[in-house]
Design a protein around this ligand. Structure first.
Ligand code: MLT
Length: 269
């Protein structure tokens, strides 16, 4: 059963969605999404080996927008640190971040590595945006204000999932995007524009790490994921056949199998 809890962070409250037993694993969603992208993972047998905690980052899902014009990745990282400090019995968590959630997870790894038992980077990158990428985000900010969230959903969907993605995950995705406060969309885009290159964090990582990517990911392609994994000492790479950018939503069984191999059962050392 999934239970929802409110966790105070320094200037607001986050909703987190919990199930399972054992050490804490924090699941961090991408943009412009919320904890519902992890629903199949929450309902999987991973809950027999971890307390799964799908966070709604500030302004997403059940967590209110706190008035920030920019959702910087360091701000998200501070929030994640507060969640781990509040919920983890041993003060550490396995942190699983997808795309923007991966940017936030890497910011956390740079700021507070002791909070990470392991790190799973899913369909994400360590590099900052290119100038063209930043310009594309500025244009998206203008279009969202002029045309609304439906425009964003229609524009993003083909980039987020593989062409043959079934209707149900597509519908879940549209529901999340169309329910996102416009203020959150703008603050996320501003935060991603401002995020620095975190390649140097990769070499410093000392916890076990897994990089996961969808075979057909257009936004963070397999070649880029391979470079990411190569830059982290001892990291493994898992490619999910048939998936696009949202592997846990599109191919949950294959995604969970990778996590099951990576996350040891509690108490096995
Ligand atoms: C995401 O899935 O979080 C976004 O694609 C991240 C981005 O736009 O860089």
């Amino acid at each position: 059963m999934i239970t929802t809890r409110s966790v105070p962070v320094h200037d607001t409250t986050l909703q987190v969605h919990l199930c399972g037993t054992g050490p804490l694993a924090v699941l961090v969603h991408g943009y412009p999404l919320d904890h519902r992208m992890w629903l199949d993972v929450l309902h999987s047998d991973l809950q027999q080996r971890r307390t799964l905690c799908a966070v709604d980052l500030r302004g997403h899902g059940g967590s209110p927008w706190a008035g920030d014009a920019t959702h910087g990745m360091d701000l998200f990282a501070e929030d994640l640190a507060a969640v781990i400090r509040t919920l983890a019995d041993d003060g550490r968590a396995d942190v699983v971040g997808l795309s923007m959630g991966g940017y936030a997870a890497l910011a956390l790894a740079g700021r507070a590595p002791a909070l990470l038992r392991s790190l799973v980077l899913v369909d994400t990158r360590a590099a900052a945006d290119s100038e063209a990428g930043k310009e594309g985000r500025r244009t998206a900010m203008q279009h969202v204000v002029q045309h609304g969230r439906r425009w964003l959903a229609e524009q993003m969907l083909p980039k987020l999932v593989a062409a043959d993605c079934p209707p149900l995950p597509r519908a879940r995705l549209l529901t999340m995007i169309e329910g996102m406060p416009v203020e959150t969309i703008l603050a996320d885009l501003a935060g991603m524009i401002a995020r620095p290159d975190r390649t140097s964090v990769l070499q410093e990582l000392r916890c076990p790490a897994l990089v996961v990517v969808g075979e057909h990911d257009l936004l963070t392609p397999v070649a880029e994921a391979k470079q990411l994994a190569d830059a982290i000492p001892g990291a493994r790479l898992g490619v999910v056949p048939g998936a696009g950018h949202l592997t846990p939503l599109e191919r949950p069984q294959e995604f969970v199998a990778l996590l099951r191999d990576f996350l040891p059962p509690a108490g096995s050392g």
